[in-house]
Design a protein around this ligand. Structure first.
Ligand SMILES: *Cc1c(COP(=O)(O)O)cnc(C)c1O
Length: 511
């Protein structure tokens, strides 16, 4: 018996019947707990006596009966199953899982912000509106785009708002024949999904072996069905792209698109690489969403609602969804349809995720303009440190082209030769106490691993991650690697789930 097998067998044997291990508790659904006609704290009555507490049985209420500690433990245990940025390193590429400073939380809890009601009269919410106005100005300054709408509730919602703004503009200009949106094959899934939701035909722009868009490939897509590109409404491009690279030909591409009458939608999820260094308007962007919950440190991934403001050119500002905050003399005002007749309308209740606006502006003010510039510089530095440390152990498809932006891309090409895949290595990382990086995205190459450390990880944490990745690479070179890796992870409450089955046959109802 191999050592691995022996360990596994011992683990199976010592595993308690209920699955509790290493202070990790299995937790059944509350519905699975015993139902009773007594409350959770009642003892059974001694025989022949009335109930000690004097309460008559209530009859089966159709609910499990638990005591306060049982209920509390149920929810606390479940909360520990949710890995978060406050647990440890979270190198999920494209997601910018940076530390959420507690200062943000402190400010968001100030009663003047936290206890506001969205239906209060405007004269009593001037401070909150001033905060939103200030946030609009910061976003405008950083992107070079003057029209800002804070209300979208997340990145994907911002994409919807942005593409609907573009759609509205074409409609108002009598350009309804523009029915195509171009996206590269490295696009995040939400880009083509958004375009399709808005009724557009999605046309792919293929990227080259170097992971980047070329003017030639772009032109081919732009003029595919119309010699003037007059059927193209716009393009959706992430820059830097999801391969972690800045699009070098973005200027001529943006110019070509503009010439054909299309608008450039930039997916701003990767803004953490650019903040304070370059304004997206300067590389031709017309519309862009900002993930406040990525770049500006408001919590996400189970930690709170997202927020995806959009920023647009002066030309497009009049079509933005309402409301935006305007300043009339000394007073701030939330616009309605009556203030801005050409708006596409309203996409979100009230003014959006106000608590996230508070946190994002707190983050911006506490860093200042120079601090935000350093954020992006440090994020890029950390990613390049990882790229250089690991490029010998893992296939790094674009490393020879020079530095990456704020995320480093690897694939499982080397390990695959020995039967070890990206999925296996992700499970091994879990065994070593790390949340895996983003796997199998972007789709431009097989077995991709996208690592984004962000600027908030210490050098010690990054070095530890590098050491573990090197160990994994070494273990993947051994003779029995395939067998070893297929057994990962060992110590999680659940081992390997049948993810295909879970996706194809989801059981959505408790029986
Ligand atoms: C995160 C992300 C999105 C979507 O943002 P959500 O806030 O999750 O809706 C879109 N594009 C890219 C590249 C992303 O990384």
């Amino acid at each position: 018996m191999t050592a691995e097998k022996k360990i596994e067998q011992t683990m199976e044997e010592t595993k308690m019947a209920d699955g509790n291990r290493g202070l990790h508790y299995e937790e059944n659904l509350l519905w699975e707990k015993e139902r009773s006609d007594h409350s959770g704290v009642d003892m059974p009555a001694p025989e022949g006596l009335a109930l000690r507490t004097g309460f008559a049985p209530r009859g089966d209420m159709g609910l499990p009966q638990v005591s306060e500690p049982q209920a509390l433990r149920h929810f606390v245990r479940m909360s520990t199953w949710n890995y978060s940025i406050d647990h440890g390193f979270f190198p999920l590429g494209s997601c910018t899982m940076k530390h959420n400073p507690r200062l943000n939380e402190k400010v968001a809890r100030l009663p003047g912000f936290a206890a506001l009601h969205p239906l209060q009269p405007e004269s009593t919410t001037q401070g909150a509106l001033a905060l939103m106005y200030e946030l609009q100005n910061w976003l405008s300054e950083m992107t070079g785009l003057p029209g800002i709408c804070l209300s979208p509730a997340a990145g994907a919602h911002g994409e919807l708002a942005g593409i609907m703004t573009i759609q509205r503009a074409h409609e108002m200009k009598g350009q309804k024949q523009r029915r195509v949106i171009l996206t590269p094959d490295s696009a995040h899934g939400t880009n083509p999904a958004t375009a399709a939701m808005c009724g557009y035909e999605v046309r792919n722009i293929s990227t080259r072996e170097n992971g980047m868009l070329s003017l030639a490939a772009f032109k081919e897509a732009l003029y595919l069905t119309d010699p003037d590109g007059a059927d193209v409404a716009g393009m959706m491009v992430t820059n830097p792209n999801t391969c972690g690279l800045f699009e070098k030909e973005i200027l001529p591409i943006a110019a070509e698109l503009r010439k054909a009458g299309g608008y450039f939608y930039c997916d701003g999820a990767n803004f953490n690489a650019l903040v304070g260094k370059i304004r997206p308007a300067d590389f031709g962007v017309d519309v862009m969403h900002i993930n406040l919950h990525k770049t500006f440190s408001t919590p996400h991934g189970g930690g709170g609602p997202g927020s995806g403001p959009i920023c647009v050119t002066e030309e497009l500002a009049k079509y933005l969804p309402v409301p935006t905050v305007v300043k009339n003399g000394e007073n701030y005002h939330l616009e309605t349809e009556a203030d801005r007749p050409e708006t596409m309308g309203r996409l979100k209740g009230y003014q959006g995720q106000f608590g996230m606006h508070v946190r994002a502006l707190t983050y911006m003010l506490s860093h200042g303009g120079d601090g935000l510039k350093q954020v992006s510089e440090d994020a890029v530095l950390a990613a390049n440190y990882i790229l250089r440390a690991l490029e010998g152990d893992f296939h790094a498809p674009f490393a020879a082209q020079g530095p990456c932006m704020h995320e480093a891309l690897f694939t499982d090409k080397k390990q695959k030769e020995n039967g070890v895949s990206t999925l296996d290595m992700a499970k091994a990382l879990v065994e070593h106490g790390f949340h895996p990086m983003t796997v199998y995205f972007p789709l431009v190459l097989p077995g991709t691993m996208l690592v984004e450390p962000t600027e908030t990880e210490s050098k010690a944490a990054i070095d530890h991650f590098i050491d573990v990745m090197k160990d994994i690479a070494a273990q993947a070179r051994l003779e029995n690697a395939e067998e070893t890796f297929h057994a990962f992870p060992h110590s999680t409450p659940r081992r390997r789930l049948d993810e295909v089955k879970a996706a194809r046959n989801p059981v959505l109802r408790w029986k």
